[in-house]
Design a protein around this ligand. Structure first.
Ligand code: SF4
Length: 317
């Protein structure tokens, strides 16, 4: 991956992690800025145009390291937070809510990883209950690991968190980092999955369904906990048998006993993001809007899932 410009906040230009990340990037020039928002947030940017040639912005996250997860969002724990060491994603799913949320498609990497970890440490030290932390809400947690080295840093630290669970949400099959360290009980590697034809039609630049299943099988053999995320499950004009076959295709290959959790959810996007999304992607907007109307009865798909996995492991979001 080559980048024309790397933007760096002045205040972090001498941070060791800034220098280490830079050493892993192939780039033409550096531009320094005072605050990443100067580059990332101007309103008259076009997400689609930037997506064709995104830059990297190295920045420092100053506050709000952890955010409360939406109330009903759970994989079995009562306290849930999400966080993102990165904004934006190397993939280009047509239904991605990030294009409605951000003005820019540049990749922001917050280099002060330790501050995220300290926020988690402080949160668990104040709780008697197990807390779940979701990584990768505003990005894909794994796809840019070769550049960020975020998980290399974070997983080892997270070993010390006794009453915390970390979900690493991804569509990536670059699983090298998980081959280099011993499996940890408090990590769930969660793969987002959709039927083959949906991946082809809507999840641009992502690994195929078969490649993702292959990665899951490999990780399970190594002993890692796996989560399956049908969330959002994108419905097109296929009938229910296609979704059943899709579930069967997956559960035939993986070890069901060792699945930590399965989530099932429909496509959703806050109203103000949806308006922006509809102007950037009018075709997908109409399609997803229309077809997901049919999704009102999500129970059909949950019943199908129950044929493959214990209902206690299924969570509807
Ligand atoms: S993988 Fe997730 S974050 Fe990345 S483009 Fe697709 S939906 Fe968006």
């Amino acid at each position: 991956m080559k980048f024309n410009v790397i933007y760096i906040e002045e205040k972090i230009k001498d941070y060791p992690n800034t220098k280490e990340i830079l050493a892993r990037i192939n780039y033409k020039k550096i531009i320094y800025c005072e605050n990443y928002n100067q580059v990332f947030n101007p309103k008259n940017q076009n997400f689609r145009i930037q997506k064709a040639e995104p830059s990297i912005i190295l920045a420092k996250k100053e506050q709000n390291f952890l955010l409360n997860a939406p109330e009903k969002f759970t994989i079995g724990y009562s306290k849930n937070f999400y966080f993102s060491h990165m904004l934006n994603c190397v993939y280009d799913c047509k239904y991605c809510f990030l294009q409605g949320m951000f003005n820019s498609a540049h990749y922001v990497i917050f280099v002060n990883y330790l501050d995220f970890f300290n926020a988690i440490k402080s949160q668990v030290s104040r709780s008697k209950k197990t807390i779940c932390f979701f990584s990768g809400y505003d990005c894909d947690s794994l796809a840019l690991e070769k550049i960020t080295n975020f998980l290399s840093f974070f997983l080892i630290k997270f070993q010390k968190i006794k009453n915390g669970i970390l979900e690493v949400r991804t569509k990536s099959t670059k699983i090298d980092i998980f081959k280099q360290i011993k499996p940890m009980n408090n990590i769930v590697i969660a793969f987002s999955l959709n039927p083959k034809h949906i991946v082809k039609k809507f999840e641009d630049k992502t690994p195929s369904l078969t490649q993702r299943i292959k990665a899951i099988v490999e990780l399970q053999k190594l002993g890692w906990n796996i989560g399956l995320r049908f969330d959002p499950l994108i419905i097109d004009n296929s009938n229910n048998f296609i979704i059943y076959d899709f579930f069967k295709f997956i559960f035939d290959k993986i070890e069901t006993r060792r699945i930590h959790s399965v989530t099932l959810g429909k496509f959703r996007m806050p109203k103000q993001f949806f308006e922006k999304f509809s102007s950037l992607r009018p075709n997908e907007y109409f399609f997803i809007n229309k077809e997901n109307e049919k999704f009102k009865n999500i129970g059909i798909y949950e019943n199908q899932l129950r044929k493959f996995i214990d209902k206690k492991k299924i969570f509807r979001n």
